[in-house]
Design a protein around this ligand. Sequence first.
Ligand code: FAD
Length: 436
Amino acid sequence: MAHGPTQTISDNPGHTASWYAASALDRRVRPLLQGETQADVCVIGAGFTGISAALELSERGYSVAVLEAERIGFGASGRNGGQIVNGYSRDLKTIAGRYGQGKAAQLGDMSLEGGAIIRRRVAKYAINCDLRDGGFFAAFTDKQMREMEAHKRDWEKYGHPGLDMVSRQEVGRYVATERYAGGMIDRLGGHIHPLNLVLGEAAAVESLGGRIFERSRVIGMDQGARAVVRTADGSVSARYVLICGNAYLGPQFPEISGRMMPVSSQVLTTEPLDAALAEALLPADYCVEDANYILDYYRRTADNRILYGGGIGYGGRDPSDIPAVIRPNMLKTFPQLADVKIDHAWSGNFALTLTRIPHIGRLSPTVYFSHGDSGHGVTTTHLLGKILGEAVAGHAGRFDIWSSLPNLTFPGGKTFRVPLTVLGAWWYGMRDRLGL
Ligand SMILES: Cc1cc2nc3c(=O)[nH]c(=O)nc-3n(C[C@H](O)[C@H](O)[C@H](O)COP(=O)(O)OP(=O)(O)OC[C@H]3O[C@@H](n4cnc5c(N)ncnc54)[C@H](O)[C@@H]3O)c2cc1C
């Protein structure tokens, strides 16, 4: 039986051939920027970060022009696992160890806000994005269980009320597999159709008067009293510019792109399953991610597919055959799916920073940027986009907390950063395989 994806060409032009693009509810193509125009704020990139900032600013009454090189949600925001994971890519204990207790407390105070922003906007703008509550972190070993218990205690100090440990015997309430030693649930986690979320948020920006231009790649910027942001066919003159291109940002802003590394991750979806089977595999309809360094993440979709992700490509490289990499992992978790067809398989790039902490700052007093959510960005991008908007509006307190965190360049420069990071990841992956 053939297991390769049945859909490899997107019927939603400009998007990668994903299940998300195939099931997007809003397929309107926005105009490309032609000629000169003006706005209070020009946002570069229509992913979660850029659209979150644009929505915050539109709600505050600013005029906003968003320039997107491809389509809204073309990047990681329209292709990810859809998991609402609270917190950051480094836990608060590590953050406290590195930057001090004070910084950890400040970041801890914000660590549940990204998820709350998503839920608030979904409700306020009636966004249909299949929002479900609840996430399960799966442990393979007793060591990972102990780490989760410590993580839970630490998180509760910062006021997280939704965590509970799950014993080996209780795993079946969340996922029908023999693989795990236990885990932890986060009731404030959850999952969404990410492309429909960002499309809904973009429509909210437009409903407030904001303008979004697609197929309008920024190719340069001139800075004077007002910045002039240029595309091939037009320009936006703006008081403020927010650079939110993340892993897809081209060479135009080397000060930013030099401090992150694009990393790819791969995802597939099965054909729609019988509803009873889908429910039997994931009875609580929570999303799941495991505790390995190179992790698997998966969930049910609203039309009863299993959406399964994992794998990693430093430098943004993709395997030539995505199902060949991801499907065996899925079958280790769910051998029950051996005869099920794979309908879609795709990959996307997120931006990794050396510290695994997002990098947010200013290139000049009026040009701000944010990138580098390092793989856990659904919530953080919503938070940091809002914080970019607050800073433009003159409330830079939270922006300053984030921008004061040190950001380091990758050792090895552009030539050796990928092999050195692969070496580090190999080491941690090996420890996971050996159960160390
Ligand atoms: C496969 C995959 C699975 C993931 N799963 C999860 C998950 O389950 N949970 C989670 O929390 N996180 C997950 N992440 C991470 C998360 O998706 C990202 O952190 C987040 O979406 C980044 O959003 P962003 O807006 O910063 O960047 P992006 O969504 O990548 O948006 C950047 C946009 O900028 C545009 N752009 C770039 N350069 C220019 C330019 N010069 N001019 C105009 N436009 C430009 C791009 O076209 C793109 O649309 C995953 C990432 C990937 C790749």
